[in-house]
Write a protein that binds this ligand. Structure first.
Ligand code: FEO
Length: 392
């Protein structure tokens, strides 16, 4: 993507990755992504804030050429993950006078990951400043958004915060200021990247809110000229609040579990509760992760497979455990042929999830009249639980 001027002496020089479809070989990217690097030009010194993923490095160098950048004094590394740091060695090769400015933890990671020699670093601490001449960069540690070393750079004169991953969104776009459409991409990104660290997100939000910010310029996706929009969204998503919503995530081999899942779905809807219904054979895990941000209840519907739970359901439970979902209630509906171990297996897969188990319904073979009655009782139990949290 071409250079975009953000303010006088402040430029987007990053890259769009339009056709990337997976991040970390795990996270679906239906809209691609971007790696937002920024150039800050002071009267005496020039700083590059983060770089780009190595697959898109030519875009960064094309942008530096377009701005006729003859020297770079500092490369600010807010985060060691390679989608932002991976081109630092190339920048140091092209601009050998440049120093890498970062915190001690990030320095060690960059030495490990990219073999950057220690003498190339300037190590900074919380609230240290770097004077570029009329442009002052100030550093704030914001750990665990996304790794332990993550930090934000604040450009004091222009009131711009560069928080790297925090507030990002995985989207390749020609309109980086498109705040009208920010919500879903930003929520999806939060769900996939930030949600396991919601306590840290809350702490970092408190720190950031003390700054006078006019623009938030993350290192993925949209730039915010109305920062309160994304800050408010993060406050909501990272809170412990849940909504009057049930996720039913199902997989069915011969139709028995599907019949139960569909019956339960309708019973829950009748009780005035929203349902997000996922067929796990075709589910985009990013959409499921978004739903998990605020659902009060998760129902896993999966048959016994051999002596355990169907692996598609086990994957969702493993993911829910990694994401440390804040879901308050968990239930299981299942059909089995000869061995029944589902409930024990489910419990063993989610040690980090503090949800209360609610009225599992497990049938032998195709569901019968008594099983449908049991599913109605489960729907009643879920309604009662939601009422206990004043969600209904
Ligand atoms: Fe965008 Fe954690 O890297």
């Amino acid at each position: 993507m071409a250079v975009i001027k953000i303010k006088e002496g402040v430029y987007f020089v990053g890259a769009n990755h339009w056709d990337r479809r997976l991040f970390d070989e795990l996270i679906p990217l239906p809209d691609g992504t971007s790696y937002n690097a920024y150039l800050v030009v002071g009267k005496e010194k020039i700083a590059l804030i983060d770089t780009v993923d190595p697959q898109t490095k030519q875009q960064l160098f094309d942008n530096l050429k377009e701005l006729d950048v003859k020297k770079i004094d500092y490369v600010i590394s807010n985060h060691a993950e390679q989608d932002h740091s991976g081109v630092i060695p190339d920048v140091l090769e092209k601009y050998p006078e440049a120093k890498v400015v970062t915190n001690e933890k990030c320095k060690v990671m960059l030495m490990d990951l990219l073999l950057i020699p220690e003498e190339k670093f300037i190590v900074i601490k919380e609230k240290d400043v770097l004077d570029l001449g009329g442009k002052t960069l100030e550093f704030y540690m914001i750990p665990w958004v996304h790794w332990p070393e993550t930090m934000a750079t604040y450009l004091k004169e222009d009131k711009i915060l560069f928080p790297c991953d925090m507030f990002g969104s995985h989207i390749a776009t020609s309109d980086i200021f498109d705040e009208e459409h920010f919500y879903i991409p930003a929520k999806r990104y939060y769900a996939e990247i930030m949600s396991p660290f919601r306590n840290n997100v809350r702490n970092n939000l408190e720190k950031i809110k003390k700054l006078d910010i006019e623009i938030i310029a993350p290192s993925h996706g949209y730039i915010y000229k109305e920062p309160q929009k994304i800050i408010s969204a993060y406050e909501d998503w990272s809170s412990e609040n849940v909504k009057n919503k049930v996720i039913i995530a199902y997989v069915s081999m011969h139709g028995s579990t599907q019949k139960m899942a569909e019956y339960l779905r309708e019973e829950i809807i009748k009780r005035g509760i929203k349902v997000d219904f996922f067929n796990l054979t075709v589910t985009d895990t990013g959409v499921l992760a978004m739903s998990l941000i605020d659902a009060a209840t998760l129902v896993i519907a999966a048959p016994t497979t051999l002596t355990g739970i169907h692996p598609k359901a086990a994957y969702v439970l493993y993911l829910a455990n990694l994401l440390r979902i804040k879901t308050k209630f968990l239930s299981i509906i299942s059909s089995y042929g000869w061995a029944e171990k589902t409930l024990d297996v489910v419990k063993s897969l989610v040690p980090n999830v503090k949800a209360e188990i609610v009225y599992p319904v497990i049938t032998k073979g195709y569901p019968k009249e008594k099983d449908f009655k049991e599913l109605e009782k489960l729907a009643d139990e879920i309604l009662a639980k939601h009422k206990s949290l004043n969600l209904v």
